[in-house]
Design a protein. Structure first.
Length: 287
């Protein structure tokens, strides 16, 4: 019996560069078909055509369906942040190729775009990232992820962090305990197709991009805001999350400048202390 490919025999590449810290990958291409309707018969489906035995290989198909939307690929990549955040180089509509390589085989994609990227830090865990990739080019075999038309510089040496080396700046962070934080960047993509081609002619970014940062705080001394204050004078704050390695070298910094406080919620229970969740949001325009 043949054995499967274990994790050390697999690698994930972006623009010819092997990505460190990858924990899991899910992806593929997805085809949407619809049955063809014919006057007098309704939907053409299984068993509609009754081929007589003497028709042989020239018998009509037993079902008819047509492609009703462009073919697109989707990939979800979960990683531990093991160096500077490579994915940030591709936000804002920067296309790239990539895929999984194992043994002599590969499953790749080209014309990939990042639709959403998130980094999360929690007490007792390594910083981790979650990335959603849409591909408007070809997906599958025949694409070598190790090759790249526009290779990007190496993100640097492998460096891990822990809760001691993560510094957070937000309202209340100096006098309360921040136990979790996250940064998310969402990009809406608009592929443009032309007749005579299966693949997107171009892919536009629908500006603005949305940046969000959230914090979970166990309170000691915390001053709450009133909801009505948003209508009078919305709170604008510079918030950030800095991740250092064990030698205090900066791995990556995430920040929102003049972000709006859009959510403030409180939670408590018999066995826990009071905690507050804060959400900040900003919008990035093309210019």
């Amino acid at each position: 019996m043949k054995e499967g490919y274990v994790s050390y025999e697999q690698a994930f590449f972006i623009d010819g560069l092997q990505v460190s810290g990858v924990q899991s990958i899910q992806g593929g291409y997805f085809i949407t078909e619809a049955p063809v309707n014919v006057l007098g018969f309704g939907n053409v489906g299984e068993g509609f055509f009754e081929a007589s035995p003497d028709q042989g290989p020239n018998a009509p198909p037993s079902n008819m369906a047509a492609l009703v939307s462009p073919i697109e690929g989707r990939f979800e990549v979960q990683s531990v942040l093991a160096s500077s955040d490579l994915y940030l180089n591709y936000t804002g509509g920067q296309p790239f190729s990539g895929g999984v390589v194992y043994s002599t085989e590969s499953f790749g994609f080209n014309s990939g775009y990042i639709a959403q990227h998130q980094v999360t830090c929690r007490v007792g865990e390594l910083p981790n990232t979650s990335t959603s990739i849409l591909s408007f080019g070809d997906v599958g075999s025949g694409i070598n992820p190790k090759e790249a038309d526009f290779p990007h510089p190496n993100p640097g040496p492998i460096a891990f962090s822990n809760q001691e080396n993560i510094r957070v700046t937000c309202r209340g962070s100096s006098t309360n305990r921040v136990v979790a934080s996250s940064y998310r960047l969402t990009t809406q993509l608009d592929p443009v197709y032309v007749l005579g081609s299966t693949f997107a002619h171009q892919v536009d970014v629908v500006w603005p991009m949305v940046g969000e940062m959230t914090f979970s705080i166990e309170t000691d001394e915390y001053k709450y805001k009133a909801m009505r204050d948003y209508f009078v004078k919305p709170e604008l704050s510079d918030v950030s999350m800095e991740i250092f390695d064990c030698d205090q070298n900066l791995i990556q910094k995430y920040e929102i400048i003049s972000g709006r406080l859009t959510s403030e919620s409180i939670s408590t229970s018999v066995n826990n202390v009071i905690s507050v969740d804060l959400s900040y949001k900003t919008f990035y325009n093309k210019r």
